[in-house]
Design a protein around this ligand. Structure first.
Ligand code: PTJ
Length: 256
C-alpha cells in the first residue's frame, strides 16, 4: 500500500482508494470497481463525507429489518470485500446471516479469492461458489445465486447493488436493503430501504444500531413498527433536501 501520512487532510478518503487498489492486486476487486468508487466519491463530496440524518433514519430501519428477518443474507461484491471485510463478518455473526459472494464481473477465481479473504477475517459459512439458482429476469452474472442463500432469503442486504437486480429481487418478494451514495440510482429508487451513505460508515452504523437494539432486547413487534412506518421514497426526498440545503450553506460561505 502507498503510504499516506495520517496528517493528510484527506487521509480517510485516500486510504479507501488504497484498500481498493490492494483489492485489485489481490484479485478481489474488479478494475471497474475503481470507477464505481469514483462515482461514489463524487456523491460523498456533495453529502459532506458524513452520515446524513436521513441516512441515520434509514439505517435504523435497516437494522430493525435485519433483526426481524427470518432468513437474512448479506451479498458481498469486490468493493465491499476490499473496504469492509472485518465489519461484514462481524455483522453476519451478529444477525446470524450468511455472507454470499455475488459479483457482476464474475470469474470463479475471483469468487474463490473473495471467499478466502472473508474466511481469513473469521467468516464461517461463505456462500456463492455453488451458484445453483438464478434470479428470474436477469441475464448478467449477478443472476447466479445460491439456492440456500440469496435465492431463498427474505431480506437481502446488498451494498453497492446493481439496479436491475435490486428490482428483480424485490419482484421475487424479498425486502432489499442497499447502501449506495447515489440517491438517484435505480438501486436507491427500487430498494425497500436505501441507505445513502458510504459503505464503511453505513456498515459500522448498522452494527452499532443492531447492538443497541439487541442490548435493549427490543421485541419483534417494536422492530416491525419501525419497519412498517418507513417510506423509502419519502426518505430519498429528504436525502436530496439535505444535500441541497448543504450546498446552499456552502454557497453562502463562498459569498462571505
Ligand atoms: O465486484 P463486482 O464484479 O460485483 O463489481 C462491483 C461494481 C461496484 C464495480 C459493480 O457492481 C458496478 O459496476 O456497480 P455500479 O453499477 O457502478 O454501481 C455502484 C454504485 O455504488 C454507484 O451508484 C456508486 O455511487 C455507489 N458507490 C460507489 N462507491 C461507494 C458507493 N456507495 C457507497 N459507498 C461507497 N464507497
Amino acid at each position: 500500500m502507498f503510504e499516506i501520512p495520517e496528517t493528510h487532510p484527506r487521509y480517510g478518503s485516500l486510504m479507501k482508494r488504497e484498500k481498493l487498489v490492494a483489492g485489485i492486486e489481490a484479485g478481489i476487486t474488479s478494475k471497474q470497481g475503481l470507477i464505481a468508487h469514483g462515482r461514489g466519491e463524487a456523491f460523498d463530496y456533495l453529502i459532506g463525507e458524513g452520515t446524513l440524518n436521513s441516512a441515520r433514519r434509514a439505517t435504523e430501519v435497516a437494522a430493525s429489518l435485519l433483526l426481524v428477518a427470518k432468513k437474512p443474507v448479506i451479498s458481498v461484491n469486490g468493493n465491499v470485500a476490499a473496504l469492509v471485510p472485518k465489519e461484514i463478518v462481524e455483522l453476519s455473526e451478529l444477525i446470524k446471516a450468511p455472507l454470499e459472494v455475488n459479483i457482476f464481473y464474475r470469474t470463479e477465481e475471483r469468487v474463490r479469492k473473495i471467499k478466502g479473504h472473508l474466511e481469513k477475517q473469521g467468516a464461517g459459512k461463505v456462500l456463492g461458489a455453488k451458484a445453483d439458482a438464478r434470479i428470474p429476469g436477469i441475464e448478467h452474472e449477478r443472476a447466479k445465486v445460491d439456492r440456500e442463500g440469496i435465492y431463498s432469503a427474505d431480506v437481502v442486504l446488498a451494498p453497492l447493488e446493481d439496479g436491475d437486480r435490486c428490482e428483480a429481487l424485490v419482484a421475487m418478494g424479498k425486502r432489499v436493503i442497499t447502501i449506495d451514495l447515489n440517491p438517484l440510482s435505480r438501486t436507491s429508487r427500487h430498494a425497500t430501504v436505501s441507505i445513502v451513505d458510504d459503505v464503511e460508515r453505513a456498515i459500522k452504523n448498522i452494527i452499532s444500531v443492531v447492538k443497541e437494539k439487541k442490548g435493549k432486547k427490543e421485541g419483534e413487534k417494536k422492530l416491525a413498527v419501525v419497519v412498517g412506518g418507513y417510506n423509502n421514497k419519502t426518505n430519498l426526498r429528504e436525502v436530496i433536501e439535505e444535500i441541497v440545503n448543504r450546498l446552499k450553506e456552502e454557497e453562502l460561505i463562498l459569498m462571505r
